[in-house]
Write a protein of this length. Structure first.
Length: 542
């Protein structure tokens, strides 16, 4: 199956005493309580789902990558690797590891251990994170079983790693900053089950990570643990993470409202502002809901392998017939209408890359129909979607707007798992899908979805010029110039109308009033070395 992401969708002191270490007014020994949803097993980087915010946050706390994302500019910055360089051919990166970098159990992080961790992720090619490593030389042979290791990963020294890509890729350090490439101690878990919910005697070892926190539980496993303890003070202002396990996002937000949690993933579309009055007298003061861009978009794509969509004018007529804001309002809570492929927040993202030809304009849509079908025989369009209430409502909105301009349309909904297979079969017509970028770059959205031979190219869009431009853009030195190149490619793609962008997702979180300096990231995580919790403003402090 092609890799598709279909988007549905205690501030206490340490037990040792009540004294508070501070830099100015910033507490360095407090605790932050996270209301987490669906964490009933350990977080394996190869199995974490990029759109599961609780999983992503915990993985980010437990495992560092070679690089990290600097929130000031969304570019790669040092993490396990202290520096990196690229050869003159543009295909081999050399990462110098910090010689004092260690796992949470104190063992040294060496180049060979980093390779073990990355190969573990690459061994799951049907996952989003595994598929993105197809850029690495030797990955196809590794996943097919023809090779026992990825030839593009080489430990040139105990603390030096070279990574060779099939084509020049200046964005590789940014890609490897994703929590999904967090380094965990793979040598100890080779025999652990490769499922999303590891079990058995080795399952606890998935959480022997490299991040600022470790699991603080005798089992060493997140399955039953309720606390994470700080390992690296230079990477976190808070000393412990308390896990408040809840059933769903409404319950998570309620936990903040009741003063039982400091952070919670809120239901999609929750309005920003005060959460409300606490429901218990013992609760802390009310918190707030804040939202931030998520690196994810939702579209309706056109299967260009289907003769129905052979005419670019007809595809344009379909795009101009639909008001994306109506579709988003009908079915997608938390989605803000957006006419772009690259979502807001990604460096270089353009607000209106396509211009007038992609804007809602029913009169122009009707005119185009007369040009393509002078006899008035407009074919019926099948709108394919999964059977969730929101998805069906969005599809019906599209259908109603198409019918209004003279395009017959019918909605066909399938059970979610069946739909996943259907949209990758090549039999869909106008179909709903979503995409989440693995890194804050234009290439993370454009190349997987529109490169001719990409397994994620569900629209069957094919352009030799776009293919060549994507390769050239990835090799451009300088992030701002690279972003400009991707913006030009995005405009060229949208001019062909292979997709109808509906909108970009925003993630909402609830924050207790004692939380300070919270900075959200595009992947749903937050900047752990900035956030802090004031013990004095929480009733559980002492």
């Amino acid at each position: 199956m092609r890799r598709l992401v279909v988007l549905a969708a205690a501030a206490t002191l340490l037990a040792g005493g009540c004294s508070s270490s501070k830099t100015g007014s910033v507490a360095l020994d407090g605790s932050m309580r996270l209301a987490v949803v669906g964490i009933d097993h350990d977080v394996d980087p190869a199995a974490v789902v990029a759109t599961n915010q609780s999983q992503m946050v915990l993985l980010d706390l437990l495992a560092d990558g070679l690089t990290a994302i600097d929130p000031s500019d969304n570019q790669a910055t040092a993490s396990i690797a202290s520096k990196w360089s690229l050869d003159s051919a543009g295909t081999t990166w050399t990462f110098d590891l910090k010689s004092d970098a260690t796992f949470s159990d104190g063992t040294s992080i060496t180049a060979s251990r980093v390779i073990d961790a990355l190969e573990h992720v690459a061994s799951k090619p049907d996952s989003l994170q595994g598929s993105r490593l197809s850029i690495i030389s030797g990955q196809p042979e590794f996943v097919s079983g023809a090779a026992t290791h990825i030839s593009g990963f080489v430990a040139t020294d105990e603390y030096k790693l070279s990574v060779t890509t099939l084509v020049p890729d200046e964005d590789l350090p940014t890609l490897l900053a994703s929590p999904l490439y967090g380094v965990t101690k793979q040598a100890e878990v080779a025999s652990a089950p490769s499922t999303s919910a590891p079990a058995g005697p080795n399952s606890a070892l998935w959480t022997v990570g490299s991040g600022p926190f470790r699991v603080d539980d005798p089992s060493g496993s997140l399955t039953s643990a309720n606390r994470l303890a700080r390992v690296k003070q230079d990477k976190a202002r808070i000393a412990t993470i308390e896990l408040v396990r809840v059933a769903d996002k409404p319950a998570a937000l309620q936990a903040v409202q009741d003063g039982r949690a400091d952070w919670a993933p809120a239901p999609a579309g929750t309005p920003e502002g005060a959460i409300g009055s606490p429901s218990t007298t013992a609760a802390s003061s009310q918190g707030t809901v804040v939202s931030a861009p998520m690196g994810a978009e939702v579209f309706f794509g056109m299967n260009m392998a289907n003769p129905t969509f052979a005419s670019q004018q007809f595809r344009q007529a379909i795009v101009q017939a639909v008001d994306a804001s109506k579709v988003a309002s009908a079915g997608y809570a938390g989605v803000v209408a957006n006419s772009a492929i690259v979502p807001p927040g990604v460096p270089g993202a353009v607000v209106d890359p396509c211009g007038a030809s992609c804007r809602y304009n029913p009169e122009d849509s009707k005119f185009l129909l007369t040009q393509v079908f002078p006899d008035g025989k407009v074919p019926t369009i099948e709108i394919d979607t999964s059977d969730g209430a929101g998805e069906i409502a969005a599809a019906n909105s599209v259908a109603d707007q198409l019918i209004a301009v003279g395009i017959p349309a019918v909605v066909l909904a399938k059970p979610f798992n069946e739909y996943l297979s259907f949209v990758t079969s090549g039999n869909a017509q106008l179909f709903r899908f979503g995409w989440v970028g693995m890194s804050p770059t234009g290439g993370a959205y454009l190349a997987p979805l529109f490169r001719s031979k990409s397994l994620d190219n569900l629209t069957s869009f094919s352009s030799l010029d776009v293919d060549a431009s994507l390769v050239a853009a990835a090799a451009v030195h300088g992030a701002s110039k690279r972003a400009e190149s991707y913006a030009a490619i995005e405009k060229a793609i949208l001019a062909e109308s292979p997709v109808m962008p509906i909108g970009a997702y925003r993630l909402s979180v609830g924050l207790g009033s004692s939380v300070h300096d919270y900075v959200a990231q595009l992947d749903g995580t937050f900047v752990v070395d900035k956030v802090w919790v004031d013990p004095g403003s929480n009733s559980s402090g002492n």
